[in-house]
Design a protein around this ligand. Structure first.
Ligand code: ZN
Length: 131
């Protein structure tokens, strides 16, 4: 969240995205920011029960979207991994995506259902670069 303020970010979310954001990420923020999130929820009349309804687990079929919330607002994550071979080790860069709405990383986090598990197993949520 560098180029835009939290207010702008919140205002640009759909009701569904805002609900997911609040459910999974509100606690990460400082109290003043948490209050801003609550304020935006109030403004839109998103009550607790409405949030539960909007964030009900669903299957997202679209590979370009977050399997948990269906959004496509991602942050790129880079990790280094050491691969062992017969002749020694080499380092690779493993790239994955973390959802900015609900913070789910389909490559690293626990699979949500068997379809996600399957794609995780075949490394569909990450790509590797030699260093
Ligand atoms: Zn998400």
């Amino acid at each position: 969240m560098k180029t835009e303020t939290l207010d702008q970010f919140l205002q640009n979310l759909t009701d569904k995205e805002l609900s997911f954001f609040s459910k999974f990420r509100q606690k990460e923020f400082m109290p003043a920011s948490q209050e801003k999130i609550s304020e935006e929820l109030r403004k839109r009349n998103l009550t607790k029960s409405k949030i539960v309804q909007l964030t009900h687990p669903q299957e997202v079929e679209d590979n370009e979207k977050c399997p948990r919330c269906g959004s496509n607002n991602f942050q790129q994550i880079k990790d280094n991994e050491l691969r062992a071979t017969k002749y020694g080790g080499y380092e690779v860069e493993v790239n994955s995506q973390k959802c900015r709405i609900c913070s789910y990383n389909a490559h690293k986090d626990q699979a949500l259902n068997w379809k996600v598990w399957f794609k995780q197993f075949f490394r569909k949520y990450s790509w590797t670069k030699l260093k």
